[in-house]
Design a protein around this ligand. Structure first.
Ligand code: T4K
Length: 404
């Protein structure tokens, strides 16, 4: 499978310069965790026997109960994906006008607002946590502001109390996009319990997946009721619609996948944690590379291996390093380059937004995400890290070779 001895490697052997790739098969960021295949297939067989495939069936109901239990929330509403879950939550909370969001997030956070003609107002992040910076939020509040969406990026919690304080003082709704943070905690409480509501993604690439899927968790009875109706077209009974709604329902097979994965989360966390520690050991002495840390006293899912590259020390840019890794079949990612504010329609709407987003601008050019999850083993990590060390040690020569 692995066909290049990196320890003995010469520069010409880099696939980028014409050699063979280090990995025969592509090593992806976001390769799904699977869990117990037989348990899943048993459940799918049962779904077929029941002939109940979607619309709040047995498995969705079980899945919702388990997620509510695990997060310690009163209500969990399973949704067909994280984006629709955000859209419904935003609508159910009555947000309009402007909502403050970090620019350093997956585009879905911003789109879920703009899709409903609510303006996402992009806020800068804290360079240490990569999360929305409460100090920047107040400057962005206008009479049109109705809410804040904090994103627990990489599963690391936002500064929850500071955001709650601002939301309370300005009478704003507070949603957390917890797409990355299932299984994580903040000050000993599970993510899911904060703000007016929190939204998970269970997309295939996430720590826990339901193929496609998401969920809203909240302790607010009224809100939960409204979201439940809205995700089912607004039906409040046979032939009776009381809100504008959409089709946000999770299907039974997705819920069966979720339940099956829940039985393996301790194993997923153990594997991710072991791999995270291995990456830290292998890369901690490489000048110009910093791996983000996770708070040891909290629960973490360790799904994301995030490197900050300091080009002034590595002498190689993040982008060139990514190109070199891709040539070796290591599909590292540049999440979330170039930042939502630099993507359409936002870059046309707010051409000067970047002036208020210096930390986002800087970090989006320096972050690199490496493969993790149950599809990656120790040998893979060894090899990935050897290549990174090799490239940085030989940065000047590599750059000379590719200079025009
Ligand atoms: N908020 C935040 C903060 C989010 O990160 C996301 C989603 C959302 C909201 C919205 O939730 P959802 O509506 O998606 O539930 C991927 C995912 O599609 C997206 O769900 C995720 N964030 C984002 C971080 O990553 P892309 O554009 O990078 O997808 P793609 O197709 O390039 O796949 C990523 C990698 O995963 C590739 O290297 C291939 C690998 N992969 C992917 C799939 C689907 C596999 O190996 N197997 C697979 O089945 O967005």
């Amino acid at each position: 499978m692995i066909n290049k001895d990196v320890t003995q490697m010469k520069i010409e052997a880099l696939a980028f310069l014409g050699g063979e790739p280090a990995f025969e098969k592509k090593l992806h960021v976001g390769r799904p965790n699977i869990g117990n295949r037989n348990r899943l297939l048993e459940r799918i067989n049962d779904i077929l026997d029941r002939r109940w495939l979607t619309n709040y069936g047995f498995y969705v109901s079980e899945f919702e109960k388990k997620i509510a239990d695990l997060t310690g929330t009163k209500h969990c509403i399973a949704i067909c994906n994280g984006t629709i879950a955000l859209e419904i939550t935003i609508r159910a909370l009555g947000l309009n006008g402007e909502v403050i969001v970090p620019a350093m997030t997956f585009i879905a956070t911003a789109h879920s607002l703009q899709w409903q003609e609510i303006t996402p107002v992009f806020c800068d992040i804290n360079p240490k946590t990569h999360n929305i910076d409460p100090k920047c939020i107040e400057k962005m509040i206008t009479p049109r502001t109705t809410g804040i969406i904090g994103v627990h990026l990489w599963g690391r919690p936002c500064e929850v109390e500071a955001l709650e304080d601002i939301a309370m003082r300005y009478n704003l709704k507070l949603i957390f996009d917890a797409a990355h943070a299932f299984g994580c905690s903040y000050k000993g409480k599970m993510i899911g319990t904060f703000g007016d509501a929190e939204v998970f993604s269970f997309h295939a690439t996430k720590f826990l997946n339901t193929f496609e899927g998401g969920a809203v968790v909240t302790n607010n009875d009224e809100l939960a009721k409204k979201i439940r109706l809205m995700k089912n077209f607004g039906f409040a009974g046979y032939d009776r619609v009381i809100y504008i709604g959409t089709n946000g329902k999770m299907n039974e097979v997705s819920a069966a996948m979720g339940l099956t994965q829940l039985e393996s989360i301790e194993e997923f966390i153990a594997v991710n944690n072991r791999s995270y520690k291995k990456y830290v050991r292998e890369l901690s002495n490489v000048p110009g590379i910093k791996i983000i840390t996770y708070e040891k006293t909290e629960k973490n899912n360790y799904q994301y291996i995030v490197l900050e590259i300091d080009e002034s020390t590595t002498c190689i840019s993040r982008d060139l390093l990514v190109e070199i890794l891709h040539a070796e079949n290591i599909l590292a990612r540049r999440y979330f380059y170039p930042g939502c504010h630099n993507m359409e329609p936002y870059s046309s709407y707010f051409p000067h937004a970047r002036l208020l987003l210096p930390v986002t601008e800087d970090l989006s050019k320096r972050l690199l995400i490496l493969p993790n999850g149950t599809s990656v083993d120790e040998q893979d990590i060894n090899k990935i890290c050897q290549i990174i060390r090799f490239v940085i040690a030989n940065a000047a020569t590599i750059k000379k070779q590719i200079a025009p």
